[in-house]
Design a protein around this ligand. Structure first.
Ligand SMILES: *Cc1c(COP(=O)(O)O)cnc(C)c1O
Length: 382
């Protein structure tokens, strides 16, 4: 059939799928020497040479004092709460990936959801105080999309009520504010190196802390609580990162600058071409912040010709797989919705944002043609 090639429906079919993200994967050839080194020295895990090198390299790259590598971000979150002996109630955000709140349940802690700020989508400091009870021991905020929380306001409240602060910084790899790394705020920050994140080790995560003593406690906890051959001091978990993952992290680090530049270009392209599209609200760029451009969230407002879910389907029909991060809210899942703080009326901003948000594809390998496809699909309904 001669006409098939020019038939728009057919040509649509031949187009590549565009996912919301694609892991940064250096070539296999680049990775082989790292593998050879592991095979040569025959150390596979338990704080081997690559594990040590990656901890050192990440401290330098991120501008932080101490880091403890983990097998994934969720085990790191669970361990961070144990490291600080958090109990009772913890104030957190409903607008995040479900692992944030799950880490509390895994520690027998009661999550208390507080609403988000409508500009940053992060925990609203103005609403924290009202949620504090005598059982409250900590605050677990998320730097959502890598946009920094209001760290000063949160610290002020924590100081006043003697609460610990653990940041779920899974989205915030490499993010800096005027004072340097965003990971230096609070008592601990937790990173995820999952394949979908900006910096990945296939699976992986880390806890960032500021003193040697805490680092030692975390290192014990991620290794069954073992201190030496005959001493076990806590019911720790197996949270260790293996040598293969750490080696991949070392390789991945070399590609971070280049990847950051590509993400920034895509961010600028989207910003430029979505400006003036009626009903599409973009995120304001935070002042004095070096972001990591890990996500590109938009809000689909009522002025846009179709709903958020209809736009999601419209993009999918064009093989563009955007994601509704974060919908549903964590507080709407069955294991949380019975909590008094999970009530929708308590979380009006988070509820509204989660119904309007859509994260557009952004990753270093996204070509110019693909970026245009995304923009065209959104603009063609205007
Ligand atoms: C990815 C993510 C996690 C979990 O990290 P894993 O490494 O996948 O276990 C936790 N919190 C947030 C906000 C995340 O995005």
């Amino acid at each position: 059939m001669k006409t098939a090639r020019t038939d728009p429906v057919m040509s649509l079919d031949t187009k590549k799928n565009i996912y919301v993200t694609q892991p940064l994967l250096p070539s296999l050839e680049e990775f082989l020497p790292y593998l050879r080194e592991i095979w040569d020295n025959k150390i596979l895990t338990n704080g081997g040479p690559f594990h040590q090198r990656l901890e050192k390299a990440l401290c330098e790259y991120l501008g932080i004092d101490h880091i403890a590598l983990f097998t994934n971000g969720t085990i790191a979150l669970i361990t961070a709460l144990q490291a600080l002996r958090i109990t009772g109630e913890v104030i957190t955000t409903p607008y995040s990936f479900v692992a944030t709140a799950h880490s509390l349940l895994w520690n027998g802690i009661k999550p208390v959801f507080v609403d988000i700020d409508h500009e940053t989508f992060n925990l609203d400091p103005a609403k924290i105080e009202a949620a504090i009870t005598p059982q409250t021991t900590a605050i677990l905020p998320v730097h959502c999309y890598g946009y920094p929380c209001n760290v000063e306001a949160i610290q002020e409240i924590a100081d006043e009520y003697n609460l610990k602060v653990i940041y779920d910084a899974a989205h915030a790899f490499g993010v800096k504010n005027a004072m340097g790394s965003i990971l230096k705020h609070g008592d601990l920050s937790v990173l995820s190196f999952h394949a979908t994140k900006v910096f990945n080790t296939f699976e992986g995560g880390a806890i960032v802390c500021s003193d040697v003593k805490t680092k030692r406690r975390i290192d014990n906890l991620k290794n069954f609580g073992i201190v030496d051959e005959v001493t076990v001091v806590a019911p720790g978990i197996n949270g260790k990162m293996s040598e293969i993952n750490a080696a991949f992290g070392m390789l991945q680090l070399q590609h971070m600058e280049k990847a950051w530049v590509r993400r920034k270009e895509i961010d600028s392209f989207y910003r430029k071409h979505l400006t003036g599209v009626g009903g599409i609200k973009q995120f304001e760029e935070a002042k004095e912040v070096t972001g990591n451009f890990s996500y590109f969230p938009i809000l689909v407002q009522s002025e846009y010709p179709i709903t958020r879910d209809a736009l999601y389907e419209h993009l999918k029909d064009r093989k563009i797989y955007s994601r509704r991060y974060f919908y549903p809210l964590i507080s709407d899942f069955p294991m949380y919705r019975g909590l008094p703080s999970a009530h929708r009326g308590n979380l009006p901003i988070a509820d509204e944002v989660s119904r309007k948000v859509l994260c557009l594809p952004i990753y270093p390998a996204l070509s110019c043609e693909e970026q245009e496809r995304v923009i065209d699909a959104i603009r063609e309904l205007q």
